[in-house]
Design a protein around this ligand. Structure first.
Ligand code: FMN
Ligand code: 7N5
Length: 354
């Protein structure tokens, strides 16, 4: 089968991945209600297209934090790409570059952030999990030195949720046996050898507070983006802590189960924060029309998680590029059909809630 849309890549990737990996990539937490809601919420939004607009000069270019990109689409941080392809994140970032997009590199990548940075000329942001402040400080320094342009702190993971597919598959054992190091590319490159595994294992995620953001600011001048916000209350606090951006996200339905979908949370967050910082959204985006809906409700750009892993599995960097270009073309066609030749013509009036 020649894949022509994101769903085709999903079908092909499933045939190529061992069950524990497929389930790790695909799954959500507990009853996977959030995972499903992320998709159904998009279907419940209806578009109100305008006609007889001159759309002959259609243009998808935009910028995020003052960096130009060819489409309002970025690669979400997802862990352990070597389980999808031997070139792992180096292939992913090459695909993102080739498409004129950019990549948020996971803290738990299979390759070190330096190796991944060397594979790319384009936009790259570093996604941080804070295990200890000491480790975080070193990771931030390394990210700065390797030319990452922003730090994306994921805030929805004080612990890793209950993922029952992974339990049933004994995913941890499978991964250690067949893909050792898939989650710890960064540990292979240490400053003074001080990135210590027992320290990492002492997972300190649940001691993080808003004070941690102030602490981060004293250690970097890079823009700080918070990933995993779903309420106006937290968006207001984020603005008070002078973040450069917010990713409205429920971690692809992989953390707290039963949350509102990011696309449902977007309007209240845009209402309090859009004047002050950039707002991005991820979760369940599989079509250009999903992206159009997110942009109409005020997102500056969207992040794509699982479809990138499917593209990487099926065709390495070419597959990643193809996934991004499929979504770009679908978005372009949706914009033309809705009467929006460029991104700035997309507005809230495109949306009707049902
Ligand atoms: C396999 C997998 C691994 C992920 N790893 C991370 C991670 O390391 N850090 C992070 O902030 N988010 C991680 N996420 C969440 C994604 O960044 C993103 O929020 C989510 O995948 C978006 O939903 P989508 O997959 O429906 O596009 C992961 C998601 C998946 C599917
Ligand atoms: C153990 C690494 C965490 C990766 C992650 O964030 C996810 O699987 O959702």
């Amino acid at each position: 089968m020649q894949p022509i849309n994101v769903h085709d890549y999903e079908v092909l990737a499933q045939t190529q991945l061992a069950r524990p990996i497929w389930d790790y990539y695909q799954g959500g937490s507990e009853d996977e209600i959030s995972l499903r809601t992320n998709r159904t919420a998009f279907a419940q939004l209806r578009l109100r297209p305008r006609v007889l607009v001159d759309v002959s000069n259609s243009n998808l270019k935009t910028s995020v934090l003052n960096t130009e990109i060819d489409m309002p689409i970025l690669v979400a941080p997802t862990a352990a790409h070597s389980m999808a392809h031997s070139d792992g994140e180096c292939a992913t970032i090459r695909g993102a570059d080739a498409a004129g997009s950019g990549m948020i590199v996971s803290n738990d990548a299979s390759f070190s952030m330096e190796e991944i940075a060397r594979a790319s000329q384009g936009l790259r942001w570093y996604q941080l999990y804070i295990h200890t402040l000491n480790e975080a400080q070193q990771l931030i320094k390394r990210a700065e030195a390797a030319g990452y342009q922003a730090i994306v702190l994921t805030v929805d993971t004080p612990l890793l949720s209950n993922r029952e597919r992974d339990k049933r598959n004994a995913m941890g054992n499978f991964q250690k046996k067949y893909y050792p190091g898939a989650f710890s590319g960064n540990a292979r490159h240490t400053i003074n050898g001080s990135l210590d595994n027992s320290e990492r294992a002492a997972y300190a995620g649940h001691t993080l507070t808003w004070d941690t953001i102030a602490w981060m600011r004293t250690h970097t001048s890079l823009p700080i983006i918070l990933k995993g916000i779903l309420t106006a209350e937290d968006a207001t606090l984020a603005v008070q802590h002078q973040v450069a951006g917010i990713v409205v996200s429920n971690h692809g339905g992989r953390q707290l189960d039963g949350t509102i979908a990011p696309i449902e949370a977007l309007p209240e967050i845009v209402a309090v924060a859009a004047q002050h910082c950039e707002i991005y959204l991820d979760g369940g985006i599989r079509r250009g029309t999903d992206i159009l809906k997110a942009l109409a409700l005020g997102a500056q750009a969207v992040l794509i998680g699982r479809p990138i892993l499917w593209g990487l599995t099926v065709q390495g960097s070419e597959g990643v590029r193809h996934i991004l270009e499929i979504l770009q073309k679908e978005l372009q066609s949706a914009m033309i059909l809705a009467g929006c030749p460029s991104i700035k013509q997309i507005s809230r009036s495109l949306i009707q809630w049902t």
